[in-house]
Design a protein around this ligand. Structure first.
Ligand code: PBG
Length: 326
């Protein structure tokens, strides 16, 4: 055959494929979530997240030093709080001596350059396992009261030294309120990575095991988005940008790559995608069965998320990928 164009020419060898690759993962792409527990000397493997751990603060500090040396630039902190501190106001979440606040300080002391991001939502502090304050009569999550509580939480994270707060609660209007509170309280340098398009997803199951934070009743569908919707994601995201979000997020990632792309096309701030606990668990489970090659699946998944438009990827595989990238 005489062909004017032969597309396979640029696929001929590893070297040529590398030269023309449109998407390349780098250490700057990743945010690693970390689960922190009270106590000492604890490294607990999360049953539904094999190879992933919840650590006490002393062990977390060791890990963070290692992560920095490996090239991880950013971590996203979550804490597991004792049941005795949980109530319906979530007040432990803004305790200046709470686990999160102590963790932020200790990590920034140990590795000042590490970009510390913190989850802002009430679920680890709520006796009901919900992201906000529950109206006990109706079971509805109260929006404005929750935003008040989360504002205190956000400020306490900023006071402790957080670089970015990451509100994952999906209450209305929170980004503008947090931005204003940060400005007015001497934290104009603290950023907001907003979980803007966060869907009510079954893929968060293992995370709720990790923090023992599953909702005690009902589900999160009155605040997290319906996975049937696309345009709503753009609306939410544009509002968050307008209210002052520095980075926006789509969550989960793999089943929502269309949303990642549309959000990327719609905004001019960096877009992150959260490759969530259930996505981690699926790959681990299939790999354990010998049905998928773990390393190849991880690289393909994360490259696809970046190709879809994510500038940043929060993933439990961040450490593995950096090791793979060498
Ligand atoms: C808390 C929060 C959740 C996740 C991040 N922040 C759980 C939820 O909304 O129920 C999920 C992360 C994951 O599954 O990896 N608001």
């Amino acid at each position: 055959m005489y062909l004017q164009r032969r597309n396979r020419i640029t696929r001929r060898s590893e070297a040529i494929r590398g030269l023309v690759a449109e998407t390349v993962l780098t250490p700057n792409d990743f945010i690693l979530p970390l689960f922190i527990d009270e106590g000492k000397d604890i490294v607990y493997e999360i049953p539904s997240m094999p190879g992933y751990y919840r650590r006490s603060l002393d062990k977390t500090l060791q890990e963070v030093r290692e992560l920095w040396d490996l090239g991880i630039k950013s971590i996203l902190l979550f804490v597991k709080t004792n049941d005795s501190t949980k109530d319906n106001t979530g007040k432990e979440s803004w305790n200046p001596d709470g686990l999160m606040q102590r963790a932020i300080k200790a990590i920034k002391d140990a590795v000042p350059e590490m970009v510390v991001m913190t989850d802002v939502a009430l679920d680890p502090y709520s006796q009901y396992g919900h992201d906000g304050i529950v109206d006990v009569k109706s079971g509805y999550i109260l929006n404005d009261e929750t935003v008040d509580a989360l504002t205190k939480m956000s400020l306490s994270h900023a006071d402790a030294g957080a670089d970015f707060i990451a509100p994952s609660d999906m209450m209305d209007g929170r980004i503008g309120v947090f931005r204003k509170a940060l400005e007015e309280n001497g934290h104009s340098g603290v950023g907001i990575m907003s979980y803007s398009a966060k869907y009510a997803s079954c893929f968060y199951g293992p995370f709720r095991d990790a923090l023992d934070s599953a909702p005690g009743f009902g589900d999160k569908k009155t605040y997290q988005m319906n996975y049937a919707n696309r345009i709503e994601a753009i609306n939410e995201t544009l509002q968050d940008v307008q209210q002052g979000a520095d980075i926006v997020m789509v969550k989960p990632a793999m089943a929502y790559l269309d949303i990642v792309r549309e959000v990327k096309n719609a905004v001019t701030v960096p877009v992150s995608a959260y490759h969530v606990s259930g996505e981690y668990a699926m790959i681990k489970a299939a790999a354990k069965m010998g049905w998928l090659d773990e390393q190849k699946t991880v690289l393909e998944s994360l490259t696809s998320i970046k190709r879809a438009g994510a500038d940043l990827i929060a993933t439990y595989f961040a450490k593995d990928v950096l090791q793979l990238l060498g």
